[in-house]
Design a protein around this ligand. Structure first.
Ligand code: GLP
Length: 250
């Protein structure tokens, strides 16, 4: 596990984007695992500006998103599909057919989970981008989710709904369920880049790195991954710094 401390959001975004661009150039048919939320927006912005300047080629790249809200149609501006189109996909030359995002408005959600799982089985993820919830969730794998979980329907924590309410008009509008890759799916990615910024993430970052490895703190399971880099700004590492812990910093 490598922890890279950076000064701010922009540095975090640039560093993450650099890794992705390097990977795409070397592996034009690679498979990217993508995340939503405010953490990766800057990274996507960097990918778009690199695409405009250097024509990095995404024509044969495949992508899999971590999750999608249940009951929200893909054309709804609150959907993660819409988010990805707006922040990344419509600006680069990735093919629509190569974009995979769970369908949260599928009639049969169980079948949707199984079909997403099948696609992942045939197309293992090379690099997975992750954010982290203030309660330590990854994707929508909330505290208590099994380490063996695969694509499933997750009930959102109260805390997660409150945190995500900023993207909706009211808390009542925030969906209660989501389809999410499970922890096992995430752990199967060959490489993981986790982005964390801001003081709201300080406790989660601290527990992820220094607490017990436990299902109560889903991100702590990532300590068992053989190839994970955490890029975090100084606000997100403030509790580690208080320990005088500069271990693994660059
Ligand atoms: C959501 C997403 C997660 C994301 C988390 C943190 O709940 N399902 O994938 O990591 O929020 O979001 P943010 O980056 O906005 O803090």
């Amino acid at each position: 596990m490598k922890l890279i401390r950076v000064n701010n959001y922009q540095e975090m975004s640039r560093m993450g984007a650099k890794e992705i661009i390097k990977f795409v150039n070397k592996n034009p048919q690679g498979v990217l695992g993508l995340a939503t939320g405010s953490s990766p927006i800057g990274l996507y912005k960097e990918l778009v500006s690199d695409y405009q300047q250097n024509s990095t080629n995404y024509a044969e790249i495949t992508s899999f998103n971590l999750d999608e809200y249940v009951g929200i149609d893909k054309n709804n501006p609150q959907s993660y599909y819409y988010f990805m189109m707006q922040h990344l996909f419509q600006h680069i030359n990735i093919k629509e057919n190569n974009i995979n995002i769970p369908n949260g408005s599928a009639k049969d959600l169980k079948e949707e989970c199984e079909s997403y799982e099948d696609k992942l089985r045939f197309c293992p993820i090379d690099i997975q981008i992750l954010g982290i919830g203030a309660n330590g969730h990854i994707g929508f794998n909330e505290p208590g989710t099994s380490v063996n979980s695969r694509v499933h329907i997750a009930e959102l924590d109260k805390k997660t709904r409150i945190d995500n309410a900023r993207f909706f008009y009211s808390l009542e509008e925030v969906p209660t369920y989501a389809i999410t890759m499970g922890i096992k799916n995430i752990m199967e990615a060959k490489k993981i880049i986790l982005l964390a910024y801001g003081e709201e993430k300080a406790q989660a970052v601290y527990s992820m790195l220094k607490g017990d490895v436990t299902e109560k703190m889903p991100a702590s399971i990532l300590r068992k991954h053989p190839n994970i880099t955490i890029i975090a700004d100084h606000k997100a590492t403030v509790l580690l710094d208080a320990l005088g812990d500069q271990e693994a910093s660059v």
